[in-house]
Design a protein around this ligand. Sequence first.
Ligand SMILES: Cc1ncc(COP(=O)(O)O)c(C=O)c1O
Length: 450
Amino acid sequence: MKDSNYLKERNAKSIWHPMAHPADSLNNPPTIITEAGGTRISDLDGHQVVDAVGGLWNVNLGYSCEPVKAAIANQLDRLPYYSIFRGTSNDCVIELGDMLQDFFAPDGLTRAFYTSGGSDSVETALRLARQYHKIRGQEARTKYLSLKKGYHGTHFGGASVNGNANFRTAYEPLMPGCFHIPAPYIYRNPFNETDPERLAQLCLQALEDEIAFQGANTIAALIMEPILGAGGVIPPHESFMPGVLKICDQHGILLIADEVITAFGRTGSWTGSRHWGVKPDFMCTAKAITNGYFPFGAVMIADHVVEVFESDTEGKAAIGHGYTYSGHPVGAAAAIACVTETLRLNVKDNAAARGQQLFEGLQKLYDDFDVIGDVRGGHGLMCALELVSERATKKPIDKATPVKLQKAAYESGAMIRVSGPNVILSPPLVLTAEDVDTILAALRSGFQSL
Ligand SMILES: Cc1ncc(COP(=O)(O)O)c(C=O)c1O
């Protein structure tokens, strides 16, 4: 490894960072992570902290997951790459396909289409949804619906259904035919409604209104996260996602569950859809499918959609979509080991227990620090704090304070993520009770330093 002065000096002079201003990266050198083990990461200067970000919602099993590491190393030796475009396959994708079929059977999903990440999975589901309607002779069904505050990655399709201006404005014009309805965001919503169940109903009414306005027979699919993540961890009332499914079903609109962060246990259930008792038509997965150790994803497809594609005799179901790295054997080998380990450790139960401990600890911080406007969580290991400059009026926080908090919390033992006014916590699902205490103590000293 190059020496530390060189690395700090060269970083922003040779690379641009995702989700960062290039000039800011030049002026404020980032923390350079060099090692990790268990739930902890270490930086170039020798700090070791609990990773309350879990990589980027993906390192669910922590940084020392030996079976996944071994699977990657062995597969690199045996078959480092081959494509699965028409005419060829590999043993790993077949074995993984069977495992995923079992894993997602309770969600009614029976086929996998492999991708190389979350944005790819979203793009795949959006495309296959349009194709499904074309196979059935409903060519006019091309539009998409989604939630404001939703995050669906950064490809043009995903960006077009994203519900946050930060990921849209600089890249407009985006894809036509994408329409957004209000999210069931209790803290701030256009209805000024604070009752979760009533708010869910109002959002569902807005959905019905938009469908009536657009014309149901012009809409291909609705895409949503079961619990909105990157938009600031927004858990809806339990009636919301079942309500969305019911309305979609009534109008022949497919439901795409974007579970890039919620699949594989994060909510305390194996999938976010299962958490709410919903069977979607497509499910986008990625991230934790390989514990973040290899870029990989899978779109899972509901059996009735499978039936439409597989029974086509006119050639309309030929899939003109895929990636060089779809079904990468190293990624598939990593996923086989990862899913096996995820089930063996039953991480969903630990996510539920540690998530509750973390959520309760955050509520205590709310009692002590006025800068916290809202605490969100209560469904596994995904929590957020929304910071405000005045609690009574919910006046948004300035830009500097969350950054200052992040730095102070890091110096006190925990890596946290700030995104706009939100502190987002998405630690590994193998987190211990002591790790939760460390995160809460680091946050407390961070707030005390403001
Ligand atoms: C719900 C959701 N969908 C899609 C994506 C995009 O995934 P990727 O960054 O792997 O392309 C993310 C990433 O955080 C996500 O949270």
